[in-house]
Design a protein around this ligand. Sequence first.
Ligand SMILES: [Zn+2]
Length: 387
Amino acid sequence: MLLAHKIELRPTPEQAIYLDKACGSKRHCYNQLLAHFSKPENKWSKTAAYQYYIKVIRQEFQWYSEVSSRVTRNAIDDLDNAFSHFFRRIKLKQKAGFPRFKKKDINDSFALRESAKFDVIGRELRLEKLKTRIEMRQSLRFQGVTKQVTISKRAGKYFASILVETEDYNPNDNDRQASVGVDFGIKELAVLSTGTVFAANQKLKANLKKLAKLQRNLAKKIKGSNHRAKAKLTVAKLHFRIAKQRQALLHELSDYLTKTFSVITIEDLNVKGMVKNRKLSRAISDAGFGYLRQMIKYKAHLRNCIIVIANRFFPSSKTCSCCGKIKENLTLADRVFNCECGFSADRDLNAALNLNKYGQDTLQPDLKCASEQSQTVDLFTASVLTV
Ligand SMILES: [Zn+2]
């Protein structure tokens, strides 16, 4: 399976010059080709483009050789793409839109599509014709053979999108546990029906506190002042850091869930976070919950897990996971769930146990069917089951 991981780069000023040069060479070459093939006497074909590139363009612009030769070849591939779209639209009698010239700083990018032209070593990226390695903000998320790298520049920042051929998402089913229920807790990030607890990240918590303070500070500054502009930038930077921390945490949780269990039951909406408790673990509240759900869904699809999303009116917290009796007078202050039947457990663990049971009950017929024909079941439709 091919998967891409996009990582921010931390190039030195010299390395940034190389990256800019590579983007520039590709754009320049693209525009040269387009100018030539815009003339009615020159009909576009990839072979004609290649001939023109070798005999004319490359001779004229020797500075192309300062970067990997593959970079300017990209221009031919990209323009070929643009032309085939153009011809297809003409054929379909749609509004055609002739390929346009590329402008500086708008979608600047280049790609190296052969493994030998680049390398990923830990948190460093080697590119052909660049003597030093570029530092990456993270290491690759997937194990496997690197196939292609695309470098792009957005708002002054550089990113590498690395394509990896990986076995990482074909786990050995024998190692997996059958099912789990996950309660997104009030105190913790998540509590699993197995008893495993994903604690709320303390660093993240501290940063959220800091953010609130900075935002109060910002509100006091006079509009249009330099102080305000400065404070605004500080807030924006911290926002970015928090987003990254939150993302890392959610990746860790979703990775663990989809690697460890075949069936995962979660709640429909973060109802608790939305209406009942404003102090809910901020790590997943707000936009985080939707994002986490999306992450679990796509990883579940890749790893062939089944996701069960419990009905939003399912009283996961108020039901006794032992006898099934519903305790209407349970409040948010009750950290421990005590039932008349003698059952007693942590509130979030009780909810997780209920969710796990809910998933098992829901899937009873399907589980049997899925295990009988696990090879043929269409998991894209089966993996996300909303009930
Ligand atoms: Zn009970």
